[in-house]
Design a protein around this ligand. Structure first.
Ligand SMILES: Cc1cc2nc3c(=O)[nH]c(=O)nc-3n(C[C@H](O)[C@H](O)[C@H](O)COP(=O)(O)OP(=O)(O)OC[C@H]3O[C@@H](n4cnc5c(N)ncnc54)[C@H](O)[C@@H]3O)c2cc1C
Ligand code: SF4
Ligand code: SF4
Ligand code: SF4
Length: 396
């Protein structure tokens, strides 16, 4: 049976909990806020299905196959604005729904906990749009996906690479009616920290939160912001000043498995791999309109065929494959653990969000200055040039 002795060896994909025939595995939160399987040994019949369905214990070997790379922009401007990048995911998902299928993805529940659910109507796809930079709870969605697959419906399942490999291990066989979309995934931060951060924000902008976007295009794609709105106030702050984004991009509170990720590779078992493209001008200057572009690799013939069928909904520009992945560190390498992580997570257990985040990510003069420089250069239309200069300056 599954027993977690080293937390780096569990990505929390929930495949084991979904497959257990005795339902004796529950996913339980540890003190850092991440879910791990816990077996009720009294009910366990030692069938070992849980071990056999674990994508970390049974790694799927990376196999070279045909790939093609593209830049994608959804032609629907509203969809593109609401999406993290170019809205490629919604274009794929809409096609599946138009064929009577079901789409699984990550959304917020009423308490802003991130969970996987499924939708059957196009209007509900908006729940999945925009990346939630926190680990999503899979729940029993693998069981539900299998049910729909076995009943012959098309199923599109989107998620982090560990979730997609977890789903495939759980299913244990290929389904022609399954389409999987994985992301280039940097890492996932602690859901407990997310709760503390959101409680802190509620204190300043009001309890009735009605919108959260981790990568809002309030100013534009390249200077995207964390956006939180309540019925009273709006909050927008970029990566230099928002304390959640600062925590995320300094690798201080990620899941232990993300520091030793077993799923980072070029050749994947998904049908589509999608990620950001802030450097769109390096591929196609005309597409560089600061409204968002998704980079996409088709990983299978099924993926290529679906891309062909959705071409009327998107701008689709083929790009050189090697160039598309050149310098994309998050595709190949795990993030490096912040040396303050251990102390941070200890403090997280004893401090409220405000004191914790002000201790590690204070609003210093430098932060305020950077925020002003970013905003002004954005308004003057010289953001890209300023970023280049700043990068050169920081390297020296
Ligand atoms: C945790 C995380 C880390 C990422 N790291 C990087 C990175 O380092 N570099 C990079 O270029 N891109 C990264 N991305 C991917 C990127 O943010 C966009 O998702 C991608 O560009 C697709 O954009 P889109 O406009 O086509 O789709 P969108 O409309 O933005 O679609 C969002 C898709 O992501 C899924 N999703 C959202 N949140 C989660 C979550 N918490 N867990 C699982 N699935 C989720 C939804 O189900 C949906 O399929 C990351 C995404 C996530 C969720
Ligand atoms: S060995 Fe079988 S019964 Fe026991 S926890 Fe694993 S899947 Fe469940
Ligand atoms: S990686 Fe997934 S299947 Fe393996 S132990 Fe963790 S939750 Fe279970
Ligand atoms: S970095 Fe790896 S282990 Fe962590 S969420 Fe992403 S795919 Fe899963």
């Amino acid at each position: 049976m599954i027993e977690i002795t080293n937390k780096e060896n569990c990505s929390g994909c929930s495949s084991c909990a979904n497959i257990c025939p005795k339902k004796c595995i529950t996913m339980q939160m540890d003190e850092e806020g991440f879910l791990y399987p816990k077996v009720n040994k009294l009910d366990c019949i030692n069938c070992n299905l849980c071990e056999h369905s674990c994508p970390i214990l049974n790694p799927i070997p990376e196999e070279k196959h045909n790939q093609k790379a593209f830049l994608i922009q959804n032609k629907d401007e509203k969809i593109r604005k609401e999406s993290t990048s170019g809205g490629a995911f919604t274009a794929i998902a809409s096609y599946i729904l138009s064929r009577g299928g079901v789409v699984f993805g990550a959304c917020f529940d009423e308490s802003y906990v991130v969970r996987h659910i499924y939708v059957e109507q196009k209007k509900n796809l908006e729940k999945f749009r925009n990346s939630k930079y926190v680990q999503s709870e899979i729940g029993d969605t693998f069981i539900k996906a299998k049910y729909f697959l076995d009943s012959g419906r098309m199923v599109c399942f989107s998620g982090t690479p560990c979730q997609i490999e977890g789903l495939k291990s759980y299913l244990g066989k290929e389904y022609r009616n399954l389409i999987t979309v994985d992301l280039i995934c940097r890492a996932v931060p602690s859901p407990l920290l997310w709760k503390k951060y959101l409680d802190m924000k509620k204190d300043s902008i009001g309890n009735n939160i009605n919108k959260v976007m981790f990568r809002d295009k309030y100013y534009g794609y390249k200077y995207s912001t964390m956006t939180i709105c309540s019925d009273k106030k709006q909050y927008h702050a970029g990566v230099e000043s928002d304390q959640w984004l600062r925590a995320f991009f300094t690798e201080i509170c990620d899941r232990p498995s993300c520091y030793q990720c077993k799923f980072k590779k070029r050749y994947r078992i998904s049908d589509f791999t999608i990620w950001d493209c802030f450097t769109v001008d390096a591929f196609n200057k005309e597409m560089d309109d600061d409204k968002g572009t998704t980079r996409m690799i088709t990983q299978s013939a099924k993926g290529e065929k679906i891309l062909d069928l959705i071409k009327h909904e998107i701008v689709c520009y083929p790009i050189d494959l090697d160039k598309s992945i050149n310098g994309v560190k998050e595709m190949f390498y795990s993030v490096e653990k912040n040396h303050k992580r251990e102390q941070f997570v200890l403090d997280m257990q004893n401090m409220d969000g405000k004191n914790l985040l002000n201790k590690y990510f204070p609003e210093t003069f430098k932060v305020k200055l950077e925020r002003s420089v970013r905003l002004i250069s954005y308004q003057l239309g010289i953001y890209k040039q300023m970023k280049k200069i700043a990068k050169k300056f920081l390297k020296k």
